[in-house]
Design a protein around this ligand. Structure first.
Ligand SMILES: [Zn+2]
Ligand SMILES: [Zn+2]
Length: 138
């Protein structure tokens, strides 16, 4: 693989390093991602195996029931408020980070868009990306 994916929050209290390649990289236009990002969508890299993740610092966590019915846990920095990562009760091995939390956000390569049913006309994403009304089954 290439070099580890490293990143963290704005103030530096939370840091991560992931020594594997992402399984999927996607933009999501659901309402939850809108609220958290402060704009039309969130951008995420999801890794398949938490054992490749090294975490430093203590995140504050908030659970939300997704439209799928599964609980997702949003981890953010209690000091600077940056959303950093997500975990999922139904997929405990997965580890998802926000693209903008990467030290080099330019490494983000979106492959698809989810929840376009919630998307806004002003939030235009790459027309070449495959789009899904809701969450595609993986
Ligand atoms: Zn912070
Ligand atoms: Zn979403």
């Amino acid at each position: 693989m290439s070099e580890a994916y490293t990143g963290g929050c704005a103030c530096g209290a939370i840091r991560y390093s992931i020594s594997s390649e992402p399984m999927v990289q996607a933009d999501c236009q659901c309402r939850d991602c809108q609220r958290k990002s402060g704009t039309g969508h969130g951008s995420y890299l999801t890794f398949a195996d938490k054992r490749h993740v090294t975490l430093e610092g203590k995140a504050a966590c908030w659970d939300i029931v997704a439209d799928s019915g599964n609980v997702k846990t949003r981890a953010f920095c209690p000091t600077c408020g940056t959303p950093v990562y997500l975990t999922f009760s139904a997929m405990p091995d997965f580890f998802t980070v926000h693209a903008a939390s990467l030290d080099d956000p330019g490494r983000y390569r979106p492959q698809l868009v989810t929840y376009t049913v919630r998307g806004h006309e002003w939030d235009r994403l790459d027309p070449a990306l495959p789009k899904f009304d809701r969450m595609p089954t993986m």
